[in-house]
Every structure is written in C-alpha cells, then in structure tokens.
Design a protein around this ligand. Sequence first.
Ligand code: ADP
Ligand code: MG
Length: 253
Amino acid sequence: MGTLDEIISYSGSLKLIYLKQNLEQLLDEAKKRDQSYQEFLRTILCYEMESKEARAKEKRLKSASFPTLKTIEEFDLSFQKSISKRQLNELCELTWVDQMYNLILLGPPGVGKSHLAIALGYKAIEAGYNVSFITMDLLMHTLKTAEISKKSKGKLNRILASSLVIIDELGYLPITREEANLFFSLISTLHEQASIIITSNKGFEDWTELLGDPALTTAVLDRITYRCEVITMQGKSYRLEHRQSLFDKVEND
Ligand code: ADP
Ligand code: MG
C-alpha cells in the first residue's frame, strides 16, 4: 500500500472524513502555499472540525423534523407588532433554553406562531442544541403507539433527548382523556429537563375544555408556566394579507 493509500485508510478508521475525501487537494494546497508543517497540520484539523460540525448540524436539523424551514431573518416584525425587537433578540440569545424556560405562543391562525417557533428552533440547532418539532396531533399518536411501534418509540426517544421541544398547534383537534393523561405525563418529564415551546390558537381559559379535566389542566399549566414566557400574538393573518391570487397577474396585465 502506498503512503497516500495508508493515510486514506487511517483517516477512514479514525473517521476523519474531510481528510479522507480531500487528501490530495490538501497536499496540493500545502505545496502551492509552501505551508510549514505546523500550518499544514492546523489546516487539516481546522477543516476536519468544521466539516464535523456541519455534519452534526445537518443531523440535528434532520432529526428536528421541521415541516418547513423558517428563519428569524424572514420574520417581519413590522407585521407582527406583539413582539418587540428587543424581545426577539433576547429570545434569539437562547439563554432561556439553558435555563429551561418555556415559551407559549398564543394567537389566531396565520399570525406567525409556527414561523417563530421553527425559527427559534433553527437558531437553537445552529447553537448546538438538540431540537424536536412535533404537532400536537402527531405527538398524541406517537405517545399512544410508542409501545407498539418502533417508529413512534424512536420519535419519543428523540423528543426526550432534546433540549428544546416544540409542540405545535395545541387546540386544533380535540383530544381524549387518555391522550390528556399521556400529555400530562410527558410534560411532567420534559419540564425538568428541557425547554418547551407550545403554540396554540386557544387561550389558557379554553385549555380545560381541551384537556377535559380542570385538575389535569391546572397540573399541566402549573408545570409549563412555572418558568415561562407567554406571548400573545395578535393582528391579521399573514397568509390572508399576503394571499397570492392566481388571477392577480392576469388582472394586472
Ligand atoms: P400560525 O402558526 O400562527 O397559524 P404561521 O407561522 O404558519 O402562522 O404563518 C403563516 C404564514 O405566514 C407562514 O408562511 C409564515 O412564514 C408567514 N408569516 C406569518 N407571520 C409572519 C411575519 N411576521 N413575517 C413573515 N412571515 C410571516
Ligand atoms: Mg401554526
């Protein structure tokens, strides 16, 4: 085996993927730039580290299961006046995730609850946190089938291993008594180990009807709101305001 082949083989065993795939290019570069031994080694390690971080971020992003990717930069604060620039900056700093604070985003459809939740989730992924996004509907299904379905069990384990769990759309679909109990037990576990973002089109006053039992609702709210920021998002639906009509173009022509 030639020296190059040996290096490639060692890189593979050590999982130095960047080095394995770019060895010749790295060597050419070193020659071209007349790099010192130190500089050459530093360059290799630096690229290796960057590519490892990028792969880890990609993996975290994939396992977060966002329905679509939304960013803070795309979030138009002039449209959503319920949040100030300062508040948004503070949320983006993610100290609240370290401190295991929760965030509840309330408001009617289309005001940007899911957008903001996903965008903050993405920020957290960039900062190195494990994040899980799940709709309330899918969460209920996952909890109910975790014992009998490998897929659900995997999903639940990912949720339990996340520093930030986003539960989207609480209140769109009615839930059963059994589901409410499962939800409560998940929240009890999560509130000691992770931050939770919940989005809902229902105010707290309607959560009892939703969860079906005042005592259970109090217990859930007690845990979630113990350390929590509640943001009530108001205003018009961004979707309706920015509705794209199929015929606009024709009419304008
Ligand atoms: P909600 O979850 O409150 O029903 P969404 O977050 O799904 O609303 O928002 C509906 C659509 O409008 C999404 O495509 C979202 O990206 C967009 N949107 C909502 N609010 C804003 C905003 N303030 N700036 C930019 N896009 C927004
Ligand atoms: Mg939504």
